[in-house]
Structure formats: structure tokens, C-alpha cells
Design a protein around this ligand. Sequence first.
Ligand code: PLP
Length: 315
Amino acid sequence: MHKSSTVLPTIGVRYCDGRSYPDGVAYMDNQYLPMSEAKVSVLDWGLLHSDATYDTVHVWEGRFFRLDLHLDRFFSGMERLRMKLTLSRAEIEEVLKNCVALSGHKSAYVEMICTRGTSPTFSRDPRQAENRFIAFAVPFGSVANKEQLERGLHVAVSETVRIPPKSIDPRIKNYHWLDLVKGLFDAYDSGAETALVLDSNGNVAEGPGFNVFIVKGGRLNTPEYGVLPGITRQTVFDLCGELGLQARASDVSREELRDADEIFITSTAGGIMPVTCVDKTQIADGKVGKVTRQLMDIYWQKHADPAWSTPVVSP
Ligand code: PLP
């Protein structure tokens, strides 16, 4: 258990109940709870109107990966949505560490959420709602399983258009996922494992919980318009800087996707994950590409580097 905590409640709660899945620990309404007991009011605007922002950071072998970048994005999302919490950034960091420490997970998927909350009078005025903070740590999960990481994912491009930036600012990480879920069903119907959806100009945008990169002639490109600026996407740019690879963010058409030498997707849930088949057509020779493999290796090496990661429990 984390000893140096300032916000840890009195002991006596059974933090992990070991019976529910996923097993983990949540923090809400000033207390730590087993996941199975972490429940939100049906009157919360987060549920009724998707009026919420969140961020997900992962812990790998006892260390958070790029926690500062995730906290920056979470706070900027709250500011753009005019949400305010009583907890400071340092206190939120402490809560996240406690959730992981109390869960006992060495590698975890850690979510921080701010919902608009509820108003004492069920008012329709969002200014009267009391914003709610929730955090939880559950076992690390990945978009791609072990087999898919080895042979590459099979992806289908859905005709579904991602909600445009003029409707919802994609820099605010949000739960507006009906387009992405529709894309997933389209993909399953066509025999693929996951989906990419389009932007409002017909170019490739992103997928359910991930960004996408293509590699062509040794150069990388990732969609710029209408996508969440993913932290893993940013990490790929940073790694390319170190490796001397050229990477840019600009439109990626469906044709460019199919003609790519390599494709990979990026997410906190799984890191850098290869794609070897799009719309039933294999990409290049159908094998995981050299650049993708190189980036995957260095990405995981960085998880032990103090410049890129922070320990859950201070030594
Ligand atoms: N795009 C969307 C819509 C997402 O929900 C996510 C992550 O959940 C991503 C991209 C990838 O972002 P990150 O690399 O920060 O996990």
C-alpha cells in the first residue's frame, strides 16, 4: 500500500474484491472503492448528455508512462469544457498513484474522468452542476491481442464519418463514440477485427480508441484533421525525432492507406500496433514492417526510462 499518501482514506475498505471483472480500484466522492462498487448517479450529465472529459494513462511494470502529458491533456479538456474540480493537479496525481498501488496491479490501465456532475435542483443549466471526479485502475488492456501484435491487425474502413471538429473539439478527449461503435459493427460485419472511420472530407481519421500512421518510402504520415491528438501519436513523433525518421501530420486518403508500405495504429491501450490487412487486402507483403517493429521496440524500452516514465510508488 502507498504510504506517503495525503489523501488515502482510513483503512478498512476491501479495495479489490477479487470477484468482479475487471478487478481494480476506483476513487470517487472522496473514497477508494473496489471497481464493483464504483457507481455513478443516473442523473449525472456525464451519463445523460455525454458531458464529460477523461484521460487514460497506462502503468507498465510499476511506472506511469508520460503521465505529465496525460494530465496536461486532461486539464486542458476540463478548461475548454469550463469544468472545475476541487482537487489540484498534485492531488489528482496522488489519487491515480493510490488507485494503482491499492489495486496491486504492476501494469494497469488508469482512467481519470471529470463529468459535468449533477445539480442539486436537476437544473438544465450546466453552470449549476457540481463537477465530479472519478479515477480507476484496472489491469492493462490492449486494442490488439498477442497474436494480432505478431501478425498485424485486420482493419476495415467504415463509411461512417467521425463527428466533425466544428461540433466537438477533438482535442477534448470525450465519450462521443457512437460513430466509432458504428464503425466497429461495420468492421465485424465485414470480417475485420477493428475499424477506421473517415473525416468529413472523406479522408481517413481514426479508430475506436486509436490513431493511425502510414509509412511510405520510409516517411511517416498520420491524419491531422478531426482526430484526438493522441499521446502515443505524439510519442511516435518524439521517437522519430530520436531515430532520424521523417514524420508529419496531414491528410491520409483511403488510397494512400491501401498503398502504404506499412500501417500501424497507436493507443495508450496497447502502444504501437501493426496493421497488415485493410478491407481484405494485404498491405505490401502482408507482414509487420521494419519501421513498425523498430518503433514498437524502442517504445517499450522507453517505459523504464525516467525521462519518459514515473514510478507509482516513490523509491
Ligand atoms: N483517438 C481516440 C478517439 C481515442 O479515444 C484514443 C484513446 O483512447 C486515441 C485516439 C489514442 O490516444 P492515446 O494515444 O492518447 O491513447
